[in-house]
Every structure is written in C-alpha cells, then in structure tokens.
Design a protein around this ligand. Structure first.
Ligand SMILES: NC(=O)c1ccc[n+]([C@@H]2O[C@H](COP(=O)([O-])OP(=O)(O)OC[C@H]3O[C@@H](n4cnc5c(N)ncnc54)[C@H](O)[C@@H]3O)[C@@H](O)[C@H]2O)c1
Ligand SMILES: [Zn+2]
Length: 378
C-alpha cells in the first residue's frame, strides 16, 4: 500500500509545520498531533500558519487514547513532538525524559502491538547526539574529544586538544559514525529516541530514518522563546536595539541549514528507501562561525549595534560541530540549495512581520542559566 496519510507529531511547531505544508503540496493527507505547549504557542491556539487542508488534533504524545487511533489510520509517522531546549533540559529533567523518551516509547509500543499499516517512521534526532564534533590531530589522526571541563572554560582555552597527545586539534565535518557523547539531558533523550526507533524498525521490518538536524533556521522559528536557535534570538535582539550576546570568543563553528532544504531532505526520506534504518546528518555542508552569523545578521539588518563577545562559557556547549552530509547526498540524492545570505534575508523579512519579535526574553533566560550555575566566567 502506498503512503497516503502521514501523521506528523509536533506538526504545529517550526520544522513540522514546514514539512506539513510540503507534504500537502505533494498531495498527501496530513494529520497533526500537537499538544500546543505554552512555551512554543503563547496563544494556546493553532498557529496562524496552520494549513487549512490538514486535520489538527490537540493532544499529547504520551496519551495512548489519542495517539493510537491516529497511528492506526496512517501509513507514515513523522515524530517531531518534543521538548527542545538543551539548557532547560538540565533542570526540567523529568519533563524532558517523559515527553521525548516515553512519548517515543509509546509510539513504538503501539506499532509493535497493533495491526498498523505504517511503512515509514521518521524520528527527529539532533546534532546533540554527537556532543563535540569530529576533530583531526596532526599526529594521531581522527579523534573524538569529550566536552571541555569547567577549568578549561574558566581559563578561556576555548579550542579542543587531542585526547591522546594533548596538542591542539583541527575541527572537521562530523560523519554519522563518529563516537557519540551526550552531555545534556535533551541530547540523551534524542539519542534514545533515535536508537529505539531504529532498533524497533529493524527488528520488525518497519523502515525508519533518524534525521540528525544541525542548526535549522527559517520563518516560524520561535523568536520570543529564548531556548530556540541563536539566529532568531539575535534578530530579535538587534531589532530591539540590543547587542547579540556571543559566548566564548565567537569562534565556534556550526552548520546552519535552511528549513527549505530540511523539508527537501525529509521528503526524500519519506519517499525513497535509501536511508532506511540509518541516522542521517541534515545540514548544509557549509561551515560558519557564530561571530560570522552575528555579523551577517547585523549587516542584513543594517544595524549599528555591535555583537557583545562575552568570554563566558556555558557548561553544556560544544566548541565545534559541522555536518558531513555525504550520507544524505549519496543515499538520498540530497542537495542543499539555499545560501546563508538568502536564508537569513528570508528569516529577517519574516521576523519583521511577526509581533513576537518585540518580546526579548533573552536576559531573563540568561539569568536563569546563571542561577543554575551553568555559566563559567574566568
Ligand atoms: N530546530 C532545530 O534546529 C532542531 C535541531 C535538532 C533537532 N530538532 C528536533 O526537531 C523536532 C522539531 O523541532 P522544532 O524546532 O520544530 O520544535 P518546536 O518546539 O517548534 O516544535 C515542537 C512541537 O511539538 C509540540 N509538542 C511538544 N511536546 C508535545 C507533546 N508532549 N505532545 C504533543 N506535542 C508536543 C509543541 O507544541 C510544538 O508544536 C524536535 O524533535 C527537535 O528535538 C530540531
Ligand atoms: Zn594527538
């Protein structure tokens, strides 16, 4: 049976809603299960961009009575509902594990114990499963250092050193087979979600894919939610005349990928078998420093407010992590199209039209991290 009905959990959220639009445009019947968590949906109602051709069900992925009938009516499940902030996961541990890990466990329990017709499961994983990115040591070759310690951050020795010989190492794009190190609760739950879905998929012959999203940016990204992506937070700051706050020295390397490229990649995962039973990096394959992002946004906004480089470290941050997207290219034929200039220009145009942009909660969120002892100053 061909895939016709797709259930998207978390489909009122940022990535899910874009995928939903893409799927509707391709002729799928789409059903969304979303609990409209207040941190993401301030109004408590379906967002203004809700797609009129989609059936929206308000409910929790931990509630079998709601979840099971929707799974049984679908041929594919895209499981995106999750609590999504690294920092917050370090003090709301019960909620993060319950929503992310147990919600996924329930989905699998339903699949294994019912006569479902699901032919594909896609579960959102994350760059967070890697911890630090991949590195190369001039002497030892490929190495995988762990998180930097508090003493190293306090000494402002930002760069990683070789775990074997101690010399400075060079960041390289991270392939899927790099050893994984989870160093925060959110990433642990993403790892468990991915592992559980791939294991049960293989065991029961249900094709499953775990996209590992790098830094996804684009319209509908939460601007007021201080736990969301750094680009949105900075646009909000700059539009409010405040400086983007840069941790460390701003030299952290990241991979920012446009939501449109992400939707393309997810569609390929749904419609083709190339990446079945695998985790797959979803990035742009291009590398940029955090400070370059701040400056690009400043330029595109025509702002004179300079980024504030704090020299403060956060205990849970990695120094560098960029995507090796060879697997997505080779197994899915994925080819990212949107440049950073184009993508951020689009994000800014959208941000200017959203009322949320006036609500800058960054200072409050920063104070919260400070109170919890998660910031390291020298
Ligand atoms: N945005 C990124 O760059 C990024 C990076 C890595 C991984 N991810 C993953 O991608 C997925 C989507 O992320 P997003 O950025 O769109 O987040 P988002 O917060 O915008 O969307 C998540 C949606 O899930 C819903 N939700 C939360 N808990 C729920 C529950 N218990 N039951 C039902 N619905 C619930 C929320 O209401 C929200 O609409 C998540 O699984 C996230 O971990 C995102
Ligand atoms: Zn070495």
């Amino acid at each position: 049976m061909a895939i016709r009905q797709v259930l998207v959990t978390g489909g009122a959220g940022y990535i899910g809603s874009h995928l939903v639009d893409g799927l509707v445009a391709r002729g799928y019947d789409v059903v969304v299960l979303d609990s409209l968590v207040p941190q993401v949906h301030r109004s408590g109602t379906w967002p203004s961009y809700a797609n009129p051709r989609v059936r929206y069900v308000q409910g929790d992925v931990r509630d079998r009575a709601v979840f099971e009938p929707l799974v049984l009516a679908s041929q594919a499940v895209v499981h995106f509902a999750a609590a999504v902030s690294i920092g917050q996961s370090m003090y709301q541990i019960d909620r993060y594990v319950d929503v992310n890990t147990r919600g996924t466990a329930l989905l699998l329990d339903i699949l294994v114990n019912t006569g479902h017709q699901v032919e594909k499961v896609i579960v959102a994983s994350s760059i967070g499963v890697y911890g630090e990115g991949a590195y190369a040591c001039g002497t030892c070759g490929p190495v995988a250092p762990g998180l930097r310690g508090e003493a190293q951050l306090a000494a402002r020795e930002w760069e990683q050193r070789c775990p074997r010989c101690g010399t400075p190492v060079r960041s390289v794009p991270t392939p899927e087979d790099k050893p994984l190190y989870r160093d925060n609760i959110y990433s642990m739950t993403k790892y468990h979600q991915e592992e559980m879905v791939l294991l049960i998929g293989k065991t029961y012959g249900i094709p499953a894919v775990a996209p590992r999203f790098f830094n996804v940016y684009g319209p509908r990204q939460s601007l007021s939610n201080p736990y969301a992506g750094v680009a949105a937070i900075w646009i909000s700051r700059l539009l409010n005349g405040k400086p983007p706050v840069v941790f460390e020295d701003g030299g952290q390397l990241r991979d920012f990928v446009s939501i449109h490229d992400v939707v393309d990649c997810l569609t390929l995962m749904l419609e083709t078998p190339g990446a079945d039973f695998l985790p797959v990096n979803v990035g742009s394959g291009t590398t940029v420093t955090i400070l370059e992002i701040a400056r690009l946004l400043q330029r595109l906004l025509g702002s004179t407010v300079e980024p504030e480089v704090t020299g403060v470290g956060r205990k849970f941050d990695v120094r560098h992590n960029t995507a090796d997207i060879t697997r997505a290219r080779e197994t899915l034929g994925f080819a990212p199209k949107v440049s950073l200039e184009q993508g951020f220009a689009e994000l800014i145009e959208w941000a200017k039209t959203t009322p949320d942009v006036a609500v800058d909660e960054f200072d409050r969120a920063l104070a919260e991290l400070d109170r919890k002892g998660l910031l390291v100053r020298s």
